[in-house]
Design a binder for this molecule. Structure first.
Ligand SMILES: *Cc1c(COP(=O)(O)O)cnc(C)c1O
Length: 458
């Protein structure tokens, strides 16, 4: 108890305590994630093939399953200092409101203008593009957080930034779009008639509100058909998990300072980058047999890739222009209902997290939208922060775990990732507040349609 009172509401690191290297979980995995495959030859993608799409240095990071630590370049460290370390907060007020013996901590990544953790990888990817002497980058964005983060990073480094934004978000979130414009990015609603693949998708599915998978295809085409451009991706890839390890490394350093050991670590999972980053150093200890933790991935019931998907090679995009990745997937043709957590609407999942999940090292649960907004509201009213709908998936399960402790009397320590703020999601909050929010759960039949499109790989 005496120890408890010493733990401040917010634990910050000093500048000299901040991580100087990223940690690569793959180095400690016995079963490595399956390699990306060339969709034509079904052979592992070579560095040379990948370099047509991604920056050279990022290809190295993508293919490296052995190096545990990568130095963070000084320019990136300097950029991180503008908004990091992010606070690790002891949720004293939430604990009190829940009347739970559990101790709840959250790592808050919404403390920068882009409003999410995505800036951690955006600056890294933009930096390597700049270093390679490129003119610019192309990307997709779902809810808009990644596009915003990349726009900020590109503005800082003087790179051209072209964002294909999923059409329903482009229309639902004009403010995000204008933030990107303010940082100098070109924003195109996807599917668009500016690419071959976009025109094809529009012909096949007229009136579609788009999907991440489809926007990825357009962004890849735009990058590979233009001199001096490469494609960058905000999640899913192993390099993105590597950059996001800064979240977990900071969280662990802050907890170590006060001799706190989490029992349960929870994060929302779209493509898996924030969760992969948050759990990285803890999972490292588990993989090396030094410590044990319970890890829980939380996904929306409307897009349940881990809990109801298949572990198989699949296309990363709807247009089938990207390499094949082995992952828990709903099929690249699966277009989820227009739920209000745009950042969690991806059909697949990071192959690193997929492998960890398949090996039983991590658990997954899916939750319904209205229960997520109930948790978000409860959290906002006591902790003050207005959470992003994506982040609120983690809040929901953290609250559930804390309430279980209330039943059993266990004093578990819970750590969850609060990935961002929800200021641009007020249409969703409005729906919830007016009682107009619905839950959509795909039927097995709906999922079968997505699985039917999986490529045959032996
Ligand atoms: C993009 C996003 C997510 C989901 O992406 P991951 O790659 O799974 O982390 C979660 N929360 C917020 C706020 C986001 O912007």
């Amino acid at each position: 108890m005496a120890e408890n009172t010493k733990i401040p509401y917010k634990i910050y690191l000093e500048e000299n305590e901040m991580p100087k290297q990223w940690y690569n979980m793959r180095a400690d995995m016995k079963n490595k994630p399956a390699p990306l495959l060339n969709p034509g030859t079904l052979q592992p993608m070579t560095a040379e093939e990948l370099e047509h799409v991604f920056c050279d240095e990022l290809v190295k990071q993508e293919l490296d399953d052995e190096t545990a630590y990568f130095d963070i370049p000084q320019e990136i460290l300097d950029f991180y200092k503008m908004y990091r370390p992010s606070p690790l907060v002891r949720a004293y007020c939430l604990e009190k409101a829940l009347d739970t013996p559990a101790k709840i901590y959250y790592k808050f990544e919404g403390n920068n203008t882009s409003g999410s953790h995505k800036l951690n990888s955006a600056i890294a990817q933009a930096y390597y593009a700049k270093k390679q002497g490129l003119k610019g980058v192309t990307t997709e964005t779902g809810a808009g957080q990644w596009g915003t983060a990349l726009s900020m990073a590109c503005a800082y480094l003087g790179l051209d930034c072209n964002v294909y934004m999923v059409k329903c978000s482009y229309e639902q979130k004009p403010f995000r779009r204008e933030v990107m414009h303010t940082y100098g990015a070109n924003v195109t609603p996807s599917p668009s008639d500016t690419t071959n693949v976009g025109r094809q998708i529009l012909k096949e599915f007229p009136g579609t509100t788009g999907s991440l998978g489809c926007a990825i295809s357009e962004a890849v085409e735009a990058a590979t058909t233009r001199e001096g451009y490469r494609y960058v991706l905000g999640s899913v890839l192993s390099q993105v998990l590597l950059h996001q390890s800064v979240i977990g490394l900071e969280a662990k350093a802050a907890m170590d300072k006060y001799h706190i050991t989490p029992d349960v670590i929870i994060g929302c999972a779209g493509g898996g980058s924030n969760l992969g980053g948050l759990i990285a150093p803890f999972m490292g200890e588990k993989l090396r047999g030094e410590k044990d933790y319970q890890f829980i991935a939380v996904e929306p019931a409307s897009c349940p890739s881990l809990t109801r998907g298949k572990y198989a090679y699949d296309f990363c995009d709807t247009g089938k222009v990207c390499p094949l990745a082995k992952m828990y997937t709903l099929g690249s043709g699966f277009i989820p209902s227009a739920n209000h957590a745009g950042g969690l609407r991806y059909h697949g999942m990071s192959s690193v997290l997929s492998q960890l999940y398949d090996d039983g090292l991590m658990e997954a649960v899916s939750v319904e939208q209205t229960s997520v907004f109930e948790a978000a509201t409860r959290f906002a009213r006591v902790e003050g922060i207005l959470p992003a709908p994506e982040s609120s998936h983690a809040i929901k399960v953290a609250i559930d775990e804390a309430l279980k402790c209330k039943e059993t009397g266990e004093e578990k320590t819970i750590l969850f990732g609060l990935t961002g703020t929800g200021y641009f999601d007020m249409v969703a909050y409005e729906k919830f507040n007016n009682g107009e929010m619905t839950d959509y759960i795909p039927t097995d039949e709906d999922l079968e349609k997505g699985f039917a499109g999986l490529p045959k790989v032996d």
